[in-house]
Design a protein around this ligand. Structure first.
Ligand code: IFM
Length: 455
């Protein structure tokens, strides 16, 4: 029984990212990235895990494309490793790196799968980091040049481009919290990095369009509705500020409003240095907004926290005690949050098209008798698809939905300890074992609608 039908042509997909799945970090001329350096630094990742081998997708991609074909999802979002294309970040182009993605794109098209290419999913060439990384304005220019190289090579076949994945994470988890590469802990740098990321997007969009005139170009943000911990006025204000920090800091300039005044006031002298024309560049019209949604942010005011970036998030144990179910990441499962987010985006920013470019969950999957039963993931996806359907009915221009992730992979600082995949990876043998959720998702895609649970 199909509960809810999605519009014809709705683009179901799966998503991955280069460093999380490829491995082969020193093959065919690839240069090192900041994630190679970071993951090889003792103490930075769970049990010292690295992406050296990951899922070995660099060699096993034909099998992975075959699995996508079996799944039946008409779209696939993956990222290009910048250090495979320009090992030094700028200058000499490595044709063998381009050849890899060229073959992958051809295979996807052959399998009737539409490629969505992300240009930056966190693996900056180490050579650029050595010259200042995203804190340096030149990196924004280097990104536009890299985008041009890739779009020239793939733009005849790739028609959907995403400049950045989750610039908030790059800026603040990488440069303020320091738990992602490059591991910097400096608020001023983090805020400047956020500006350079947005600027690089603004410069890359026209470069991609010049190389591939009929391309659809967008950016992917990690967005969350922000909920105050209580109804107290102080918590409400803390939530408003966190919304500025996480959501509006990126959405406002992308949609032509410049940086939000309240956040500029909050940041004070930490506000980014920008040049004339930067905000116009950032506001270049996009064809779609990519939304990654996992969980809302539950925020509490804390007078002892002076640093404006250190919002107090309600800890997972408290959320659990309050009745929320959690994923293995400790994230509360709140499908309504997706509905709320989509409606808010439509109301406040009215993007012409939205894709959910990531949504999914990590659970403690076990391989038993050659199978992986993951009913929690099925329920998670079911309920989030239903929330997306409700938003569609209420007029949100949602055109596709990419499940994170096609397969278990390197979950950054968590290494391989968190499994998000529809396909289980046996990291000893690198065998791919489709989970029960893979079969269930396949049914959803085939029906183009929600298949009732338990059938
Ligand atoms: O694995 C990540 C992905 O790289 C970016 N978005 C969130 C996912 C789960 O944490």
């Amino acid at each position: 029984m199909v509960e809810r039908r999605f519009p014809d042509g709705f683009l179901w997909g799966t998503a991955t990212a280069a460093y999380q799945i490829e491995g082969a970090v020193d093959e065919d001329g690839r240069g090192p990235s900041i994630w190679d350096t970071f993951s090889h630094t003792p103490g930075k990742t769970f049990e010292g895990h690295t992406g050296d081998v990951a899922c070995d997708h660099y060699h096993r991609w034909p099998e992975d494309v075959h699995l996508m074909q079996q799944l039946g999802a008409p779209a696939y979002r993956f990222s290009i490793a910048w250090p495979r294309i320009l090992p030094q970040g700028t200058g000499q182009v490595n044709q063998r790196g381009l050849d890899f993605y060229d073959r992958l794109v051809d295979a996807l098209l052959q399998a009737e799968i539409t490629p969505f290419v992300t240009l930056y999913h966190w693996d900056l060439p180490q050579a650029l980091q050595d010259r200042g990384g995203w804190a340096a304005r030149e990196t924004a220019e280097a990104f536009a040049a890299y985008a041009d190289v890739v779009a020239r090579r793939l733009g005849d076949r790739v028609k959907h481009w995403i400049t950045h994945n989750e610039p908030w994470v790059v800026a603040f988890v990488g440069h303020f919290l320091g738990v992602h590469a490059p591991g910097i802990q400096d608020a001023r740098i983090a805020i400047q990095v956020s500006h350079h990321l947005l600027l690089s997007h603004g410069h890359a969009v026209p470069a991609i369009r010049a190389a591939s005139p009929d391309a659809q170009v967008g950016i992917t943000l990690n967005l969350s509705p922000v909920r105050p911990a209580t109804e107290a006025e102080e918590d409400r204000l803390a939530a408003q500020r966190y919304d500025g920090f996480l959501n509006r800091w990126f959405l406002d300039p992308l949609f032509g409003r410049g940086y939000p005044q309240d956040m500029l006031a909050t940041y004070g002298e930490l506000a980014p240095t920008a040049q004339t024309g930067d905000l116009d560049a950032i506001a270049v019209p996009i064809d779609f907004l990519g939304v990654n949604y996992y969980t809302p942010a539950f925020v509490r005011y804390d007078a002892s926290v002076l640093n404006p970036l250190k919002a107090i998030l309600v800890p997972p144990e408290e959320l659990q005690a309050a009745g929320y179910e959690l994923t293995e990441m400790g994230w509360a499962i709140v499908p309504d949050g997706l509905y709320e987010l989509l409606i808010r985006l439509q109301r406040d920013f009215a993007p012409s098209t939205i894709y959910i470019t990531e949504n999914g969950a990590a659970f403690a999957d076990q391989l038993e008798d050659g199978a992986v039963r993951d009913p929690k993931r099925i329920a998670f996806l079911h309920d989030h698809f239903a929330a997306a359907h409700r938003a569609l009915q209420d007029g949100v221009p949602l055109r596709g939905y990419f499940v994170w992730s096609l397969m278990d992979n390197f979950e950054w600082a968590h290494g391989y300890s968190k499994r998000f995949g529809l396909i289980y990876i046996d990291y000893e043998t690198l065998e791919r074992i489709p989970k029960e959720s893979y079969a269930w998702y396949s049914e959803v895609i085939r029906a183009n609608g929600l298949v009732q649970l338990g059938q």
